[in-house]
Design a protein around this ligand. Structure first.
Ligand SMILES: Nc1ncnc2c1ncn2[C@@H]1O[C@H](COP(=O)(O)OP(=O)(O)O)[C@@H](O)[C@H]1O
Ligand SMILES: [Mg+2]
Length: 309
C-alpha cells in the first residue's frame, strides 16, 4: 500500500527526512513513533502530496505521490497535524463541502456525511459551528473528513495530540473499530499510543528509521536495560572508576546528600554489576550507603535511545 524509498527532504539546507525507506502492507496499522522534530509530519505531508521530496520516491497504492499525485491522493484520507478547519462552518456543512471536493455527489455524499458523523460520534453536534467545538471534537471532525470518501489508506498525524485522556480513549476506540478494514499510518510521540493501536512501529529519529518492530518487541528491547542506584563517599574520581566497569552504558549524577554522592548507572539488562561495584568500592576505600537495581521507565529508555544518536 505504501512504498517509501530513500526519501529525503531538506528545508533551506536542513535535513528533516534523511533517506527514509519503508513499506506498509495493506491492512496493517503502522505507527511512526518519534520525538518532536523527528520528521514524522514531513514524511506524512510528502505521502499525502502536500510537499515534494528533495529526493527519493514514495508510492501509494502503486501511484507515485509526486508524479501521479491525483491518483495517489484518491487512495488517501489524510488528517494533518492541527487540522485546519473552516471555523465558521457547521460540522455537517463542512463535511458536505469536503466530501464534494473529494468527488462525492448527491445521495452518496449525504449518506457518507451521516455515516462518518455517526462513526466519529458527531451526530449530536452536527449543527454546531466548528469554532465552538473543543479540541477533541475538532479532531473528530478532521478524522471524519479523512474517512468520508472511504479511502483504503488513512494517514493520521498525531491524532490524539492535545487531547485529554478521555478524548484520547475515544480516538483510540474509534481507531480500533476502523482497524480491521483499513490500512493506517499514524504518527505519535507517545509510546503508549503505538502499544495500544498499532501492529507495527517504525521508530523515527532525525529523519531516519532506527527501529522497525512490533510494539511488543520494541517494548522488550526498550526494557533491555536496568538502572543501578548508588550513594557513596570517599576519594574520587567516582565517575571515571565506575565507567570502567563492563556493562555500564551511562552514568548520571543526582543531587548529592551532604557528603554522599549519588549516581545512577544505566547498565545492560543481563549484567548484574552490583558485586563488581562493591569490589571497586572496597579497593578504593569508598563507603557505600546504598546500592540497588531498578527497571527504568519506558519513557526514560526511549529518550536515551533517541537522544544518544
Ligand atoms: N516548513 C518548514 N520549514 C523549515 N523547517 C521545517 C519545516 N517543517 C518542519 N521543519 C523542520 O524539520 C524537522 C522535522 O519536522 P517535522 O516533520 O514536523 O517533525 P515531527 O512531525 O516528527 O515533529 C524539524 O527540525 C523541523 O523544525
Ligand atoms: Mg509532527
Amino acid at each position: 500500500m505504501i512504498e517509501v524509498n530513500s526519501l529525503t527532504k531538506q528545508y533551506a539546507g536542513r535535513t528533516a527526512v534523511d533517506g527514509l525507506s519503508f513499506t506498509v502492507e495493506a491492512g496493517q496499522c503502522v505507527g511512526l513513533l518519534g520525538p518532536n522534530g523527528a520528521g514524522k509530519s514531513t514524511t506524512m505531508r510528502i505521502l499525502a502530496g502536500y510537499l515534494s521530496p528533495s529526493s527519493g520516491t514514495a508510492r501509494v497504492n502503486g501511484f507515485d505521490v509526486f508524479h501521479d499525485s491525483i491518483k495517489a491522493r484518491r487512495s488517501i484520507g489524510y488528517m494533518p497535524e492541527n487540522a485546519p478547519l473552516y471555523l465558521d462552518m457547521r460540522v455537517n456543512e463542512y463535511l458536505h463541502f469536503r466530501g464534494a471536493l473529494k468527488g462525492l455527489r448527491g445521495r452518496e455524499l449525504r449518506k457518507r456525511g451521516i455515516d462518518v458523523m455517526e462513526a466519529c460520534g458527531l451526530t449530536a453536534s452536527r449543527r454546531k459551528i466548528i469554532a465552538t467545538l473543543s479540541k477533541g471534537f475538532c479532531q473528530r471532525v478532521a478524522l471524519a473528513d479523512a474517512l468520508i470518501s472511504r479511502p483504503p489508506l488513512l494517514i493520521l498525524d498525531e491524532p490524539s495530540n492535545g487531547l485529554d485522556p478521555l478524548q484520547m480513549r475515544h480516538i483510540r476506540e474509534l481507531l480500533a473499530e476502523l482497524r480491521p478494514q483499513q490500512t493506517i499510518l499514524l504518527s505519535t510521540h507517545l509510546l503508549g499510543e503505538v502499544e495500544q493501536s498499532c501492529d507495527r512501529v517504525l521508530l523515527i529519529h532525525r529523519g531516519q528509521v532506527c527501529a522497525d518492530d512490533t510494539p511488543r518487541n520494541l517494548v522488550r528491547k526498550l526494557r533491555a536495560a536496568t538502572d543501578v542506584k548508588l550513594e557513596l563517599q570517599g576519594q574520587g574520581p567516582f565517575e571515571e572508576e565506575l565507567a570502567k566497569i563492563s556493562g555500564v552504558r551511562k552514568i548520571t549524577e543526582r543531587k548529592a546528600d551532604g557528603e554522599w554522592r549519588r549516581f545512577t548507572l544505566r547498565v545492560e539488562a543481563r549484567a548484574d554489576i552490583r558485586a563488581v561495584i562493591f569490589e571497586v568500592a572496597l579497593q578504593r576505600h569508598w563507603h557505600i550507603r546504598e546500592l540497588h537495581r531498578e527497571l527504568p521507565s519506558l519513557e526514560d529508555v526511549f529518550v536515551e535511545l533517541t537522544e544518544g544518536k
